[in-house]
Ligand binder design. Structure first.
Ligand code: SF4
Length: 331
């Protein structure tokens, strides 16, 4: 056994949810120097982790990982969950990235708030083992909330962590976590689950469509999947129509001025439409009729749609198609 380092430094994956918060505070209670790490992509953010870090005064580092996340998301070794969520490979990637930080910055081990058996797919003993093995940090991942139901990890064997002070939670009940929260003074925490768009049915359908039509989507295109109504009009033509003033502004914000056209009815209030420039003339006309159909222009009346293209302004004359007639194009 090597002498106990001073301080013992642990790096924990943090979602900002109750379990990861408790795991961090439990280790801190036994004198371990705890830091959290959280990852960001267009599919999940570190917002809750930031809140938890501020509230409990735990140092947090946030890593944007879209570039390494996308190749995994396109082809996850263990496949997807119910929607586009590749939970096992996502966890594996996060632990691998955390292990790189651990090695580079002198942390002694990793930890997470996972509870054995809490989630049917990603938190079985087998899944936890898979993640650990495939992320290159075997033996160095401690799950403080369930540790006493699991084989001893290296930090426990080495005496860096007192196993007696770790817990034996398992299963789906939240009662033990709530009791521990009260004991540790954790009073305000977000509801479990939620927060990952890859588990959302509508978002997943739009993402699948994007992957099917774009070899290398930009980060802005991924962000855009969260906003507006999305219509697949042709192989190269996708239209996004804002539903509110705020969404119209967001579409403008994420628009690629070298790639996207903006469509707007000229003389009546109405939404903004975003169409890829690669769309052919027929698709542009269809997009204009859809945008006109969502405007306040009277039905069956010719309207002018102003189009801002990367090559300059244009106008199209169309008659709006009512929303009920364009549902078949909705993604
Ligand atoms: S829910 Fe989302 S963030 Fe969480 S493991 Fe699954 S894919 Fe990753």
């Amino acid at each position: 056994m090597t002498p106990r380092p001073h301080p013992v430094k642990a790096l924990g994956l943090c979602s900002g949810g109750l379990d990861s918060t408790l795991a961090g505070l439990l280790l801190r209670r036994q004198g371990i120097d705890v830091t959290w790490i959280a990852f960001e992509t267009p599919f999940f953010s570190a917002r809750k982790a930031r809140q938890a870090a501020r509230r409990y005064d735990v140092p947090l580092r946030v890593e944007p990982i879209t570039d390494v996340y996308l190749p995994m998301l396109r082809n996850p070794k263990c496949g997807y969950g119910k929607y586009m969520n590749p939970c096992l490979d996502c966890h594996t990637l996060m632990f691998r990235l955390a292990a790189e930080v651990m090695a580079a910055e002198g942390f002694h081990f990793l930890f997470s708030g996972e509870v054995l058996g809490q989630r049917p797919m990603s938190q079985t003993a087998q899944s936890l083992r898979y993640v650990e093995k495939n992320s290159g940090c075997e033996g160095y991942v401690l799950r403080p909330l369930s540790a006493r139901r699991m084989p001893e990890t290296i930090p426990e064997q080495q005496g860096w962590v007192d196993r007696e002070q770790l817990l034996d939670f398992s299963g789906r009940s939240r009662k033990p976590q709530m009791a521990l929260a009260a004991e540790l003074g954790v009073t305000d925490y977000p509801a479990p689950a939620g927060g990952c768009l890859l588990t959302d049915k509508g978002f997943s359908a739009r993402l699948r469509d994007l992957f099917a039509h774009r070899g290398d989507p930009s980060e802005n295109e991924l962000h855009l999947l969260r906003f507006g109504r999305h219509f697949r009009l042709s192989e190269t033509g996708k239209l996004v129509v804002g539903r509110t003033k705020g969404e119209n502004e967001t579409l403008e914000h994420y628009r690629d001025p070298d790639r996207d056209m903006v469509l707007k009815v000229a003389d009546h209030p109405g939404p903004l439409g975003l169409l890829s420039q690669a769309a052919d003339r027929q698709t542009q006309l269809l997009a204009a009729t859809i945008v006109a159909g969502y405007s306040k222009a009277p039905e069956l009346t010719p309207v002018t749609v102003a189009v801002t293209t990367p090559d300059g302004p244009q106008t199209l004359q169309v008659i709006g198609l009512p929303p009920r007639d364009v549902r078949r194009f909705l993604i």
